[in-house]
Each structure stands twice: as structure tokens, then as C-alpha cells.
Design a protein around this ligand. Structure first.
Ligand code: KG4
Ligand code: ZN
Length: 337
């Protein structure tokens, strides 16, 4: 058994957001401070790992203090300290892990090592207080795209994966060739609203089962832009964005619905940065309604990286009896789903 009002201080620093949250019983967020480095990395067109680590070091102490202050708590009110230990950039992870280890040692509070992907899934437990497994999760982030059968909190089986780029990564790359800046997903989505889905880049392959492929679509977009440039023709940015986004969303929606029906489940839970995408939200909700499937998306503030989701996943680790971590905890850049 675990005590009521179990309060976790969670730290997330796997990529370019330094974040700390105070979360009670896995579902209630007292504070969630996110310090984003987007403005810094925009200058380079993407995340520069060494620059990210240095900025985490500068931000982390203030972010943690701010999270405690906003929650009106001191370290004495905290039951455990959680931290993302993978997957992610090794230097960035190291900053969060070192801070969490030091805080755990100094305060005597136990340390919980959290898989970043379990965090993304758990962002939905914050938004939907009664949501419970089992369900099918469509995980769509900058680093991963997968269909996951979630049997129990933090326990799952991957049934489909990307064979090449992740969905978010393909949005970022298309945005880059169009000169739309970083991160690309929100920019492509914004331009798509002004454009028409009128260009067929490539047909979705129908022999991949539940697996995804996005790099062919991205290459087709790049070739299309290059051929227009060679002929000195204008680049229809908005139509390119609308057409690209539409074919990515189509593939995501079709396969997730199929996997859910074939698994005899009636819930789809979406997680990861691309879950903020408006068209994905609309299309998946429409298809779910047609197939009598419940559909869940996290609140927008919990779609991209944040520590609240890490605090939620950590609670369910404790609830299921996963052993606490200790001061040998090390980052795992390629931690498996
Ligand atoms: O989950 P996340 O914050 O970081 C990883 O764990 O990877 O996801 C970031 C990704 C980026 O590739 C970003 O372009 C994408 O999510 N993204 C979006 C949108 N908002 C963020 N992609 C499409 N549409 C959006 N509205
Ligand atoms: Zn993430």
C-alpha cells in the first residue's frame, strides 16, 4: 500500500526543456515549471546537445525552487524525487539525474527512475482522472512513433514502430527545408491551415502492418521543392504543409484504429509532442466516433516535454512496487520503449 497524498517532486531534462513539477497521487499537479530552450536552438535550426546540457545546468536549480514555491511546499513535504533517466540526450539527462541524486541524498527522500515514454503516456492520467489501462496508445513524439498496447500502468507491448523517421522528426525536417524554423510541427500545422491538401507526394505503403514509414514522404517533399526551384517557380508552402500533414495523419489514424479493433480494445490514448496536432486530433476523434472507440488526448500543456508527466508515471511505478533507484543511476540515451 502507498500512503494518500503521496507527493512527488519530478525532474525532466531529456532534451531541450528543463522542467520540475510537484504531483500528488499521480493525477494532481500542484506546479509544473517548464523552462524551454527553443529560442536558443532556433538559431541553429535544431537542438545542439552540448548547448542544451549547458543551459540545463544554468536553469535547473531555479526551476526546482520555483516549482516548490508555486506548490507552496518545502522539500520536507515531498515523499519521493523522480527523474527521467532515458531515452534522450545523454548530457541533458545527466544534468537532471545528477541534480535528483544530490537532492535525494541530501534530503533522504527515495529516488525514482522514470522512462520518458511512460511519462508521455501518463500525461493522459493527469488530464483524465479516471483513465485506466488497458488501451492502445499512439505515441507520436520527436524521437518515437509507435503503436503500443498498454496492459497495465507503465507496462506495455509495442505492436508497431516507425521503420525510419519519427512523425515529429519528419515535421521538423519538412519545416527546415521550407525555412519555417524549429520546432517544425507547430509551424507546419499553422501553414497547413491556410493551404489545401492538393499535392500527392507518395502513396502510403500498404504492406507495413502496424509499422510506419515517414522518410519517403519527407524525401518526396524535398524533391518537389527542388524541382520547383530548378524551374524558378514559386513554392506553395501552405499547400505543401497541408498535403504533407494530411498524408502523415492519414497513416497514423488508419493504423491506430486497425490495431485497436484487432486487439478487441475500445480506447485510444495519444501521447507525445505531435498529439498537439489539430488535424490529428480531429481525424482520430472522427474515426473513433465511427468505430465506437473512446479517444483521449492530453491537455496541450502536457503534450510536449514536461515534468508533471514524469511525476505521474513515477507514482504508478511506486504503486506497482518497482524498486527505488540509488546513486548508481546513469542516463540511458537509447532506453527501449
Ligand atoms: O514529445 P516531444 O516534446 O519531444 C520528444 O520527446 O521527442 O515532441 C516534440 C515533437 C517535435 O518534433 C515537434 O515538431 C512536434 O513534437 N510537435 C508537433 C506539434 N507540436 C509539437 N508536430 C505536429 N503538430 C504540432 N502541433
Ligand atoms: Zn518527449
Amino acid at each position: 500500500m502507498i500512503k494518500q497524498n503521496y507527493t512527488i517532486l519530478a525532474i525532466e531534462s531529456s532534451c531541450d526543456e528543463t522542467s520540475c513539477a510537484i504531483v500528488v497521487d499521480g493525477r494532481t499537479v500542484l506546479s509544473n515549471i517548464v523552462s524551454s530552450q527553443i529560442d536558443i536552438h532556433t538559431l541553429f535550426g535544431g537542438v545542439v546537445p552540448e548547448v542544451a546540457s549547458r543551459n540545463h545546468i544554468m536553469a535547473i536549480d531555479n526551476v526546482v525552487k520555483e516549482a516548490l514555491k508555486l506548490a507552496n511546499k518545502t522539500i520536507n513535504d515531498i515523499d519521493a524525487i523522480a527523474v527521467t533517466y532515458g531515452a534522450g540526450l545523454v548530457g541533458s539527462l545527466l544534468v537532471g539525474i545528477s541534480y535528483a541524486k544530490a537532492l535525494s541524498f541530501a534530503s533522504g527522500k527515495p529516488l525514482i527512475a522514470v522512462n520518458h515514454i511512460n511519462g508521455h503516456i501518463a500525461s493522459n492520467y493527469i488530464t483524465f482522472k479516471n483513465l485506466q489501462p488497458p488501451f492502445i496508445c499512439l505515441l507520436v513524439s520527436g524521437g518515437h512513433t509507435a503503436i503500443i498496447k498498454v496492459e497495465q500502468y507503465n507496462q506495455h507491448t509495442v505492436i508497431g514502430n516507425t521503420l525510419d523517421d519519427a512523425a515529429g522528426e519528419s515535421f521538423d525536417k519538412v519545416a527546415r527545408v521550407l525555412g519555417l524554423g524549429y520546432p517544425g510541427g507547430p509551424q507546419v500545422s499553422k501553414c497547413a491551415e491556410q493551404g489545401k491538401d492538393c499535392i500527392t507526394f507518395v502513396k502510403n505503403k500498404d504492406n507495413l502492418g502496424y509499422n510506419f514509414s515517414f522518410s519517403g514522404k519527407k524525401t518526396a517533399v524535398i524533391n518537389y521543392i527542388n524541382s520547383l526551384k530548378q524551374k524558378n517557380l514559386p513554392i506553395p508552402t501552405n499547400d505543401i504543409c497541408a498535403s504533407f500533414q494530411s498524408c502523415v495523419v492519414k497513416e497514423l489514424v488508419e493504423k491506430t484504429i486497425k490495431a485497436t479493433l484487432n486487439s478487441n480494445l475500445n480506447k485510444i490514448v495519444v501521447a507525445g509532442g505531435v498529439s498537439a496536432n489539430k488535424l490529428l486530433r480531429e481525424e482520430l476523434k472522427n474515426q473513433c466516433a465511427k468505430n465506437n472507440i473512446e479517444c483521449y488526448f492530453p491537455e496541450l500543456q502536457y503534450c510536449t516535454d514536461n515534468a508533471a508527466m514524469i511525476g505521474s508515471a513515477a507514482y504508478f511505478d511506486v504503486l506497482l512496487g518497482k524498486p527505488f533507484a540509488n546513486n548508481t543511476l546513469a542516463p540511458q540515451a537509447n532506453l527501449e520503449l
